[in-house]
Design a protein around this ligand. Structure first.
Ligand SMILES: Nc1ncnc2c1ncn2[C@@H]1O[C@H](COP(=O)(O)OP(=O)(O)OP(=O)(O)O)[C@@H](O)[C@H]1O
Length: 751
């Protein structure tokens, strides 16, 4: 049978005070006043058995252990002694069955092995921190803190011991239950003990709970305290750091000031040393100078003595040389005087010769001067002759022009362009061997009633006929005589007449047309006439006549068809002016290209898609040539008019309507007026009315058409079969003009 014992309350004055004999006591925390429990009521008759005594002894031993351990409070914390004997639930059975109920049925924790209790790490840490922050201890706060620490550790040790006691009681209880099963009689007693024990356990658990709460409170307080300590410590560290920094700064300042001071001292020292060295150098230099001067004085003395000696020697030498020279000179002078006498004689002879030559040269000069005067006289006569010849040339030139007719007509057939060749009309040039003056258009074949086929030809004759191969260069050769007439002071008019596309603009104002070529020739001739005393001023105008209005092609584009220009005639001076137009003084022949480009640009801006402006208006390039002769005082004013007429399509053929019809009517009217004027001029009647006023064009050209002018008309012909009808009309008109003889032209020359 196993020993078992009943637990007893751990009161000081209870039976638990009696220690069991021969049983070692283990450390137990002493019960304090709070966990004092009244002794449980003693169950009657149950404690008399030896086993009961043993149990009682065991209990006493437990109480004593608790009392002993109380003496070691705070020293055995964390190492609670193991229980003296671990009660086993399997130790004994009354009737082969396990004794008592299971632990769980009693509400006791099933863990039977006591767990060693350790003080919380936080409590240990606080102690360490306290030692670190307050190594010397002391102060009311520190003592409070220590007390609290002590209380905490006491509580923890008490808790540990209570837990151990509870575990032991539970174990004893279990043993008791086992034993009670063996003894039914003891059951009541055991039951009573059990109740008592359970009450005790409950009480102890309550105490335990109270301790736990207290321990938690204390831990919280400790945690607060630790936080406060930490912040104090951080403050202290910060303060220490600030102090250290400030000390460092002070130290640095001291170091800096010491360094500055040391540097200044060093600099002073260095300056003193430099001064000393300088003064020593000066002394040295002075000493050196003094020694050098002494040496120099000595050297100078010896040098002057040597120089004196040398001078004496040189003087001696010189005197010796002089004696020799004098001796030589005396002999030389003797021979020279002999030579001079002979030279004087020769010179006298030469002077006589030169005097004779000068006389003959003077005679020559006089003869030359006479010859020069004779030559100048001859030159004057020659120049006079030249001028007279120039006058004669002009007269002859004019007579030639008059003989040729003051109005001449040239015909020009343009070449076929691109694929036009296949649709060309048949044109013949019968007399190409000599002067080409004839042209023949072959018409369509006609069948007579008898079936005979006849081909009608249309022959024409003009002053000159240019075939398709003729270039502008060849054409200009023929008209350059008229340009010369303009320079000689005549009014000249060159027209280009023909249907649209027949080559009028190509002939007149293309890059190598009549206008640029005429200007170049005028410049060249004016240049050559300079030696005959003539200087020329050239003024250019470029206008168009469109719908019987005058437009300035050298003016602003915006003014076209808006600005009104009037034609003014001065009958006395036989001069024509147009109001409000630009006049360009041509300084060089290149300027003419600018004029042509400007006019071309103005006309293309004014053109519309349906209306090619250049075809629908007459353009007139007017070049005034004012010449003065500085020798003879003569003055001449000629005007060269280069006129590109509008297309001469017949109204019916053009099928024009609206504005185009108006344009065409206007063009035809003005061309008809031109024909009328030429016809009237050709009638030869003195004082006959010439209808210049009937159109703007004829009115503008009044002084260039008529007795005082020379006129050339180009009739331009298209080579196309389709244009045959128009071509014939143009050629017929030109023939009429060609048959007209205008009276003798008079040049405008004023004395
Ligand atoms: N002799 C020629 N050699 C080569 N091409 C020519 C010749 N004559 C005229 N042409 C060409 O024929 C075309 C028509 O000529 P141009 O414009 O001079 O005719 P136009 O009679 O002035 O016409 P418009 O009345 O419309 O102004 C142009 O392309 C031009 O270069």
């Amino acid at each position: 049978m196993m020993q078992s014992g009943l637990p007893r309350p751990t009161t000081r004055d209870g039976p638990s005070k009696i220690p069991p004999p021969g049983r070692p006591l283990q450390s137990m925390p002493p019960p304090n006043s709070t966990n004092m429990m009244p002794p449980p009521p003693k169950p009657a008759g149950t404690l008399r058995t030896s086993r009961s005594n043993t149990n009682l002894n065991n209990r006493t031993s437990l109480a004593e252990r608790a009392g002993q351990s109380g003496k070691h409070t705070g020293k055995s914390i964390g190492t609670p002694a193991p229980m003296g004997r671990t009660p086993s639930v399997n130790r004994g059975t009354a009737n082969g069955r396990p004794l008592g109920r299971s632990n769980s049925s009693l509400g006791v924790r099933p863990q039977m092995t006591p767990t060693p209790y350790s003080r919380p790490a936080s409590a240990q840490g606080m102690q360490d921190e306290g030692e670190y922050l307050f190594p010397e201890g002391g102060g009311a706060r520190d003592s409070n803190f220590g007390m609290r620490m002590k209380d905490t550790s006491d509580l923890h040790s008490k808790l540990a011991h209570h837990e151990a006691e509870i575990r032991e009681l539970k174990s004893m209880y279990m043993e008791s239950r086992q034993e009670s099963s063996q003894n039914k009689d003891k059951e009541i007693q055991w039951e009573t003990q059990r109740v008592t024990l359970e009450a005790r356990i409950a009480q102890l658990q309550m105490e335990l709970e109270t301790y736990r709460k207290r321990a938690a409170e204390l831990e919280r307080a400790l945690e607060d305290e630790r936080r406060d300590r930490r912040s104090e410590r951080e403050d202290a560290i910060r303060k220490l750091r600030d102090e250290t920094d400030s000390m460092k700064r002070q130290h640095q300042q001291q170091v800096d000031s010491l360094e500055r001071k040391w540097r200044l001292e060093m600099m002073d020292e260095k300056a003193n040393r430099t001064r000393e060295v300088q003064s020593m150098q000066n002394q040295l230099a002075m000493e050196k100078q003094r020694i050098e001067m002494q040496m120099e004085g000595t050297g100078r003395e010896s040098r002057s003595l040597k120089m004196e000696l040398d001078a004496k020697i040189a003087e001696l030498e010189r005197e010796r040389a002089m004696n020799n020279t004098l001796r030589d000179k005396i002999s030389e002078t003797d021979s020279l005087s002999l030579g001079m006498e002979s030279t004087t004689r020769a010179l006298r002879a030469r002077i006589e010769t030169l005097e004779n030559a000068g006389q003959s040269q003077a005679n020559d000069y006089a003869a030359l001067e006479r010859a020069l005067q004779e030559q100048i006289e001859k030159n004057k006569i020659t120049e006079e002759k030249l001028r007279n010849e120039e006058i004669i040339r002009r007269k002859l030139h004019n007579q030639v022009q008059e003989l040729k007719g003051n109005i001449r007509v040239f015909c020009r057939v343009r070449p076929t362009l691109g694929d036009e060749a296949t649709h060309a009309a048949e044109i013949r040039f019968p007399n190409t061997d000599g002067e080409s003056t004839e042209i023949e258009f072959v018409g369509a074949a006609d069948k007579s009633a008898l079936g005979k086929e006849t081909v009608k030809t249309h022959p024409f004759q003009f002053d000159k006929v240019f075939g398709p191969a003729a270039q502008n260069e060849h054409v200009f050769e023929e008209i350059s005589q008229l340009v010369q007439s303009a320079l000689d002071g005549y009014n000249v008019c060159i027209f280009c007449y023909g249907q649209t596309g027949s080559g009028k603009t190509h002939t007149m104002s293309s890059q190598d047309g009549m206008i640029p070529r005429a200007v170049h020739q005028i410049y060249a001739v004016a240049q050559s006439l300079k030696e005959k005393g003539w200087t020329y001023r050239m003024e250019g105008n470029f206008v168009e006549v469109y719908n019987e209005n005058i437009n300035d092609l050298l003016g602003r584009v915006d003014d076209l068809d808006k600005k009104k220009h009037e034609i003014r005639h001065d009958p006395k001076e036989q001069k024509t002016t147009i109001t409000g137009i630009e006049t360009v003084v041509l300084e060089n022949p290149q300027q003419v290209n600018n004029i042509l480009n400007h006019a071309q640009n103005t006309r293309s801006v004014a053109a519309t898609a349906a209306n090619e402006r250049s075809s629908r208006s007459h353009s007139v390039f007017i070049l005034k040539l004012i010449g003065t002769n500085s020798v003879t005082g003569q003055r001449s004013e000629g005007t060269l008019n280069l006129v590109d007429l509008a297309g001469s399509e017949r109204l019916a053929h053009s099928q024009a309507t609206g504005d185009r019809l108006k344009e065409t009517q206007s063009i035809n009217r003005s061309l008809a007026c031109l024909g009328d004027v030429i016809a009237a001029l050709g009638s030869g009647k003195e004082g006959a009315h010439i209808p210049y006023r009937n159109s703007k064009l004829t009115y503008l050209l009044q002084y260039s058409l008529g007795g005082n002018s020379k006129c050339l008309m180009f009739v331009m012909v298209s080579p196309m079969q389709a244009h045959l009808s128009e071509s014939l009309t143009s050629l017929k008109f030109a023939t009429k003009v060609n048959n007209t003889t205008i009276g003798t032209a008079k040049k405008v020359v004023k004395a």
